[in-house]
Write a protein that binds this ligand. Structure first.
Ligand code: ABN
Length: 191
C-alpha cells in the first residue's frame, strides 16, 4: 500500500481548498448582500421611467399616433407632411423649398386663386379653414412632396379640388410649391 499516505494528503488539501472557496462564497452571498442587491434592482427599475426616452410619451403612457402632436413640440413640424395644416394638401411643401408654410420661396409669387380645406389642430381640438395657395413662377421644387387629400373632390368640382395648378391665372404660370395658410376657425353649419 504505497500510495495511501499521498492519497490522504491530496484529499486533505482538496478539502481545505473547497472549504476556503465555500467560505468566501458564503461571505459574498450573505442574506444581507442579496437583499441589498434586490433593493438596488427595485430602485433602478423605478427610476427607468425618468429617463429621456420614456419621457417622450409622458402623460399619455404611449407614443404619439400619426398626426398627433409630439409632446416635445406640440405645435407640430411644418416641414413634415404629417403636420396638421397639410391635411388637404397636394404638392411640394413651400417650407422645404426656401419658404415657410405661410410664405412662398424667394423668386416665386403666391397664387391669388386657391382652394380651401378644413383641418383639425390636435393641439386645441379646433377645426381651421386652410388656404392652399400655390407658389408660382419657378420650376417645380421637387422636395417634400405631400399628398394627403382630406376633403379633396374631383377636378370637375374645382373649388373643392387640390389637383389643380392654381398658378394658371398668374403671370408666372409654372408651379413651384404650396403653402398652407390659416384663414379662420371653421364654424359648424348645423349650429
Ligand atoms: N395645387 C397643387 C398642384 C399644382 C399643379 C398640379 C397639381 C396640383
Amino acid at each position: 500500500m504505497r500510495c495511501s499516505t499521498q492519497g490522504v494528503h491530496d484529499v486533505t488539501a482538496l478539502d481545505g481548498w473547497f472549504g476556503g472557496v465555500a467560505r468566501a462564497l458564503s461571505r459574498r452571498t450573505s442574506r444581507r448582500g442579496l437583499l441589498g442587491r434586490l433593493g438596488l434592482l427595485l430602485v433602478g427599475g423605478a427610476a427607468l421611467p425618468l429617463l429621456p426616452v420614456a419621457r417622450a410619451a409622458a402623460g399619455t403612457g404611449r407614443a404619439p399616433a400619426p398626426g398627433e402632436p409630439d409632446p416635445e413640440r406640440p405645435e407640430g413640424d411644418p416641414d413634415a407632411c404629417e403636420y396638421w395644416r397639410y391635411c388637404g394638401i397636394d404638392g411640394f411643401l413651400a417650407s422645404c423649398c426656401g419658404g415657410t408654410h405661410r410664405s412662398c420661396p424667394p423668386g416665386t409669387e403666391m397664387s391669388a386663386v386657391t382652394w380651401v380645406g378644413t383641418c383639425r389642430n390636435p393641439a386645441d381640438g379646433k377645426d381651421y379653414v386652410i388656404s392652399y395657395n400655390d407658389c408660382c413662377g419657378k420650376d417645380a421644387c421637387g422636395r417634400c412632396f405631400c399628398n394627403r387629400n382630406e376633403g379633396d373632390k374631383p377636378v370637375y368640382f374645382p373649388s373643392r379640388s387640390n389637383d389643380i395648378n392654381w398658378c394658371m391665372g398668374q403671370a408666372g404660370i409654372v408651379y413651384n410649391s404650396t403653402t398652407a395658410i390659416v384663414i379662420g376657425v371653421a364654424t359648424d353649419p348645423d349650429r
